[in-house]
Design a protein around this ligand. Structure first.
Ligand code: GLU
Length: 374
């Protein structure tokens, strides 16, 4: 027993691989999903926030449409994904409903996590779902993604989601119970590693080659995903899902590998912001706003006195006090033109000023870093 307890990690992204959810005949393994849903319900009872990244759409859809995955073209797989996704998410919805938990389908393409404006949109939506205790069931939008613009595998997508929502842990459930010094399937001397604290060339060599068949990323993609997550302050846990109650087993100290992040997600985000090279504009704030920021609040339009520079939503802006002191920086929720229109207004005046509903804050507290000016 490794003694790992999930209680140290509040916000969890759980990645479910196709091989767990779908059997050899491409049929959904409903019983397994019911048990996973029991675990999900237990964890949310214990105060965890959960997001699920689930594969399986292409596999299930292939059986619906009678497509042979091995010989299928991209458009066949995309059609399969469309037919399979609806069944996949419906199954989650039904299994979670038994526990009075609502599920929400979220389909993403890489633009949604790589482009900062869309990143902010996706993030706020997921936050709202979590606030309402709804479980997002996330997959790549395979139906419109093309080869050049795919995440390619859900390990990577799950890592991006973990980064997006500042998750404390990313749990990759698959057919292996952790990371080994070599492929345990082909090397009987392969040794299980319980903890990894940094990913280096040796780790990558042990992970081996990336496999490219649909729905199986292999160990290399898991390690790459762990790298993305660790960079964002999120620990990654690789554990076996080939058992009836995988999350319960993990919580009870079952075997796994933890890729342990050294910083917290908030610290990693702030470090990234502080080091961002491109700053596109500046907001000058009144004293009340500066005080509110120091107290941990978001920046509201009412506290903005002047706006300068040229920026779009999601760009980095400098925050300056009325007397010109550089107090920090953050991601603008509005473009410079919108910010000019909103400066000094109360949040309930935003809709009239812009002609659409808009967002309540100018810079969200999770998206800003304050410098130490003492
Ligand atoms: N998005 C694909 C599906 O749902 C799976 C990709 C993967 O498992 O890595 O079928």
């Amino acid at each position: 027993m490794s003694g790992l307890a999930l209680s140290n990690y509040r916000r969890l992204v759980i990645k479910v691989g196709s091989s767990l959810l779908v059997d050899e005949d491409d049929q959904l393994n409903r019983i397994w999903l019911e048990k996973l849903s029991d675990d999900v319900a237990d964890l949310s009872q214990q105060g965890h926030e959960l997001l699920i990244v689930s594969s399986g759409a292409i596999a299930i859809g292939s059986s619906v449409l009678g497509i042979n995955k091995q010989r299928a073209r991209l458009e066949d797989l995309q059609a399969a994904a469309a037919a399979g996704q609806v069944q996949l998410v419906h199954a989650y919805q039904e299994c979670l409903r038994v526990h009075e938990i609502a599920a929400a389908q979220v389909l993403l393409t890489p633009d949604d996590t790589e482009d900062r404006r869309r990143f902010l949109n996706a993030r706020r939506t997921l936050e709202k779902l979590l606030e309402r205790s709804v479980i997002p069931v996330i997959n790549e939008n395979d139906t419109v993604a093309t080869i050049e613009i795919r995440y390619g595998d859900n390990d990577r997508l799950a890592a991006r989601i973990a980064q997006l929502v500042m998750a404390d842990a990313l749990i990759l459930l698959s057919d292996v119970d952790g990371f080994y010094t070599a492929d345990p399937g082909s090397d009987e001397d392969a040794k299980h590693i319980a903890e990894v604290t940094s990913i280096n060339s040796e780790t990558l060599a042990m992970a081996g080659e990336t496999r490219s068949d649909v729905g199986t990323g292999g160990m290399a993609t898991k390690v790459q995903a762990a790298g993305i997550a660790m960079h964002a302050g999120c620990s990654t846990i690789i554990a076996s899902g080939v058992i009836p109650h995988p999350l319960r087993a993990l919580n009870d100290g079952g075997r796994c590998t933890v890729f342990r992040a050294s910083a917290s997600p908030a610290a990693a985000r702030k470090q990234w912001l502080a080091g961002a090279l491109e700053v596109s504009g500046e907001l000058r704030l009144d004293d009340g706003a500066v005080k509110a920021l120091l107290g941990g609040s978001s920046l509201l339009p009412v506290g903005v006195v002047t706006v300068s520079g040229s920026f779009r939503r999601g760009d980095v802006v400098t925050l300056r006090s009325a007397s010109g002191v550089d107090i920090g920086r953050g991601l603008a929720e509005y473009s410079d033109e919108e910010a000019v229109r909103l400066a000094g207004l109360h949040s309930d005046e935003i809709e009239t000023a812009l002609g659409y509903r808009g967002r309540a804050v100018m810079v969200h507290r999770d998206e800003l870093v304050l410098f130490d000016n003492d």
